[in-house]
Design a protein around this ligand. Structure first.
Ligand code: NAD
Length: 264
């Protein structure tokens, strides 16, 4: 892999699993020093730190256990990243959760948690990271939104609201940094093969009385014309590209990687 991110530093939220871990691995292989964040069993966190550390050339990757639903912890995590990495060039707001329910039964606590984790954390992290990016005159902000940042689906009130908000925030930040060498972009994946998405297959199979294979094709991927998962690596390569050479003019865009979902 080309070392296009040599000398860069990156903080990736929710990088103990799924898309975030994939981005961390690829950024490390591309030469960046990466700090991880996210939950998990101690052995899962240790494995994530070891794998990304090894991609960085040895040792464990630095890690913050911040709960990003809490603004104070987000601010402390950004400060910690700046201190431990020596700078923070790249911020990837990736951590997210999902909850699916008709709006009349949607628990208030789930709404609050999804808005806090999937959307407000991006605001708090960007606000905390931008001053040092401006001072160093370089920066990359990447928000992992979703096809649900551009399209709605029933029963996902909080998630769709939060992801539309993330796309809006991405554009506002892009305009505010437009005259500087900092960029702000979003990636909008369709269904990606990760624990968060795979967990939705079982309940759909049960609800419709079909096998998991049929539930995946006919219900979960109903709107994804490719009828197959987007892979973590597809998203990771896009994130690395947005930080590498030739990315300076790309600002305020919501990039779709959704198997054709938003083409219609
Ligand atoms: P995942 O469940 O595999 O990983 C989510 C990560 O976020 C984990 O590391 C988890 O520990 C972390 N996290 C959750 N709550 C947190 C909190 N309060 N504080 C800190 N970390 C927290 O999920 P994923 O599928 O890799 O999703 C990553 C992002 O991609 C999410 O924002 C999700 O909405 C988005 N996305 C996923 C898909 C998909 O199909 N998988 C599609 C579109 C968008």
């Amino acid at each position: 892999m080309d070392r296009t991110l040599e000398g860069r530093t990156a903080l990736i939220t929710g990088s103990t699993s799924g898309i975030g871990h994939g981005i961390a691995m690829l950024m490390a292989h591309a030469g960046a020093k990466v700090m991880l964040n996210g939950f998990g069993k101690p052995e899962e966190i240790a494995a994530a730190r070891a794998s990304v550390g090894s991609a960085m050339g040895g040792g464990d990757a630095p890690y913050s256990g911040a709960d990003i639903s809490k603004p104070d912890e987000v601010r402390a995590m950004v400060a910690d990243a700046q201190a431990r990495l020596g700078s923070l060039d790249i911020l990837v707001n990736n951590a997210g959760i999902q909850y699916v329910s008709p709006i009349e039964e949607f628990p208030d606590a789930k709404w609050d948690a999804i808005i806090a984790i999937n959307m407000s954390s991006n605001f708090h992290a960007i606000k905390a990271a931008l001053p040092a990016m401006r001072a160093r005159n370089w920066g990359r902000i990447i928000n992992i939104a979703s096809a649900h940042g551009l399209r709605a689906s029933p029963h996902k009130a909080a998630y769709v609201t939060a992801k539309h908000g993330v796309v809006g925030l991405t554009k506002v930040v892009a305009l505010e940094v437009a005259t500087t060498p900092i960029t702000s972009n979003a990636i909008c994946p369709g269904f990606v093969r990760t624990p968060l998405a795979e967990a939705q297959v079982g309940p759909l199979a049960k609800e419709h009385g079909v096998s998991e294979e049929v539930a995946l094709r006919d219900y979960l991927l109903e709107k994804q014309p490719s009828k197959r998962w987007v892979e973590v690596d597809d998203i990771a390569h896009m994130a690395v590209f947005l930080c590498g050479p030739g990315s300076g003019g790309i600002n305020g865009i919501a990039f779709s990687a959704d198997g054709g979902w938003t083409a219609s």
